[in-house]
Design a protein around this ligand. Structure first.
Ligand code: PMM
Length: 251
């Protein structure tokens, strides 16, 4: 199972603040993840936390592209966490190899065709709308069935746009338009997502459903989650801390 390390290049991600510091801190953390044995570094410039406002395209671009260039030079395998086709294209040209689109092609009508043209792996996550008001969309009949059926629609759209079947990765979108119970039901039924026949990525790291008021308090639960998922047949986990997850997977 692969470990995807999260590198959010957003002003609130690093304690010091300020553009130059963000760049330096991001590179330092990226290099650290490489020494920790990360398989993929997921670089994003737009927060998708519940309630988050959108970041202008130029701002997103300025945050991620220099970091991608630098870490690609260091030999990292990089995914670009973006909902924008333009950012995805620039990121791939700068050295990223995978597109991670939390909207599964819904946020930008050009995304799926762009991913098909670039011919790189494309991660399609289950998504019901932008973070600003996504919690109001957390209504399901049967959450597992509904999320699978909505993901299957995104898979069909991706294939129709020309993305090759062997380039598609799916993600149930833990925490995106889902309450605590929805998230746990999905984790409990993750085999049904694996059964769809595509590699499955799970991004539960430090999210609210793991309990605790502070994301840092959720680290132990995140590691337990990885342990539990390690026998589920999923392809990978998207996590903040790399080393403990690598260790759990080796054990
Ligand atoms: N979660 C976040 C951002 N990007 N990408 C994928 N594929 N799956 C996720 O669950 C996911 C993601 C938000 O989490 P963060 O704010 O901790 O990065």
């Amino acid at each position: 199972m692969i470990v995807m390390g999260i590198l959010n290049v957003t002003p609130d991600s690093f304690a010091d603040g300020g553009r130059h510091n963000d760049f330096d801190s991001a590179i330092a953390r990226g290099l650290e993840m490489i020494t920790e044995g990360v398989d993929i570094i997921d670089i994003g410039g737009e927060s998708t936390k519940p309630g988050a406002e959108r970041v202008p395209e130029s701002e997103e671009f300025d945050r991620v592209i220099p970091v991608i260039k630098e870490l690609a030079k260091a030999g990292a395998r990089i995914s670009i966490d973006t909902m924008r086709a333009s950012t995805a294209k620039a990121a791939i040209e700068a050295g990223a190899q995978i597109i991670n689109d939390v909207s599964g092609g819904l946020a930008d009508p050009a995304m799926l065709t762009t991913a098909a043209q670039l011919d790189v792996p494309y991660i399609a996550m289950h998504w019901r709308g932008h973070s600003k008001d996504m919690n109001s969309r957390a209504h399901y009949g049967d959450v597992v069935k509904d999320v699978i059926s909505e993901l299957q629609e995104r898979v069909s759209a991706a294939l129709d746009a020309g993305i090759k079947k062997d380039k598609l990765i799916i993600d149930p979108g833990i925490g995106f338009a889902k309450d605590i119970h929805h998230n746990w039901e999905i984790i409990d039924s993750i085999d049904q997502f694996v059964a769809l026949g595509y590699p499955v990525l799970v991004g539960g790291s430090r999210k609210r459903f793991l309990g605790g008021d502070n994301p840092d308090e959720r680290e132990a639960a995140t590691i337990e989650l990885t342990k539990r998922l390690s026998t589920s047949g999923i392809w990978g986990v998207r996590v903040h801390s790399v080393k403990p997850h690598k260790e759990v997977l080796k054990a």
